[in-house]
Write a protein that binds this ligand. Structure first.
Ligand code: UDP
Length: 327
């Protein structure tokens, strides 16, 4: 049985990856320090004899007994309000954490896939973003702690590949959504759905003309799986190129949820990218991958998930006033 270590296992993408690898017949070791992850996302796996969980912070030395075939490093705060609350942890998990996991991969002779992000492109001046674009990042802006940690992570990964001959993969993940997102992580889909379910107005930051391109989680996981199994070591964009303005997106959510609430406008957070759309030519070519789930279907599935949350969970919003975390 092939053995895989997944860091950030209790998080949104990490928990979906655990399911995918279990279903593919792997022995899965999940690791998470539970700062932003939640054990309820993987609770159903605790009875599985092919799954084990380590409560551990990967910025500290990572010890895993036995052999490992693959490592997927998905531990990191991933939403803008999280990096603002825990900026130093964000920098550490992308740098020190990645270093520990690269060292572990080298010791175990395992192939390692690193979760990078469209944020390496910053507020992009090239549109759509191709992998050869170097990006436009403000090192000291509010997103700098995440963006630069991920850029450093890519450099370190390439250095291990070039210097030690380690088998590495780098995925640049664009906005992804689906069941198990944290309701209060501040990102636009859980924010709008939570607001609709609580009967609150939908908050658009800025004038809503900024764009994003949203990828359904099943498509994202498929792309990551294919990349890990490929022989391509340079960064690959995985995301859905179907771009939409936040204004139009809010209208879609109003229609989907049937909420009678209105849209209200709040100040745009500093360095909020104006546009974002992946160029996925490379992924199509080398992985024969492209997204299959359209937004209407993906959003419906996501809304079904948020509807299963209890009234108490819906109200338990740490960050009701988002603005206080933004300035
Ligand atoms: N956004 C919004 N209202 C919200 C939350 C987010 O208008 O309640 C905007 C945010 O300013 C950004 C876009 O939606 O322009 C996507 O934000 P998100 O935090 O989901 O991810 P990002 O792509 O910015 O990392």
């Amino acid at each position: 049985m092939k053995r895989v270590l997944i860091t950030g296992a209790a998080g949104f993408l990490g928990s979906h990856l655990c399911d995918r690898f279990i279903n593919e017949g792997f022995y899965v070791i999940g690791m998470d320090n539970l700062i932003t992850g939640d054990l309820k996302n993987i609770a159903h796996l605790f009875k599985n004899e092919h799954f084990e969980f380590y409560h551990h912070d990967v910025t500290k030395f990572v010890h895993v007994p036995g052999n490992l075939d693959y490592i997927l490093h998905f531990a990191s705060p991933a939403s803008p309000i999280d990096y603002l609350k825990i900026p130093i942890q964000t920098l550490k998990v992308g740098s020190l954490g990645t270093h520990n996991l690269l060292g572990l991969a080298k010791a175990k002779n395992a192939r390692i896939l690193i979760a990078s992000t469209s944020e390496v492109y910053g507020d992009p001046l090239v549109h759509p973003q191709t992998e050869d674009y170097y990006g436009n990042v403000n090192t000291i802006g509010p997103r700098g702690v995440y963006d630069e940690a991920k850029r450093f992570q890519e450099s370190l990964t390439m250095a291990y590949h070039n210097f030690h001959g380690l088998e590495t993969r780098i995925v640049r993940i664009f906005n992804t959504y689906g069941p198990k997102m944290r309701l209060n992580d501040g990102r636009v889909i859980p924010a709008f759905m939570g607001q609709a379910l609580r009967g609150e107005d939908l908050t658009i930051f800025g004038n809503g003309t900024q764009t994003r391109s949203f990828c359904y989680v099943d498509d994202q996981i498929e792309g990551i799986f294919k990349l890990l199994m490929s022989d391509y070591h340079l960064p690959v964009n995985i995301g859905n190129p179907h771009e939409i303005t936040i204004n139009d997106f809010a209208k879609e959510i109003i229609k989907l949820t049937g909420t009678n609430q209105k849209i209200i406008y709040k100040p745009l957070p500093e360095n909020d990218p104006l546009q974002r759309q992946p160029d996925i030519t490379l992924a199509k070519k080398i992985l024969n991958w492209e997204p299959k789930v359209n937004r209407e279907v993906g959003l419906q599935k996501t809304f079904e998930y948020f509807k299963t949350l209890s009234a108490e969970e819906l109200q338990k919003e740490e960050h009701k006033d988002f603005s206080k975390y933004i300035y």
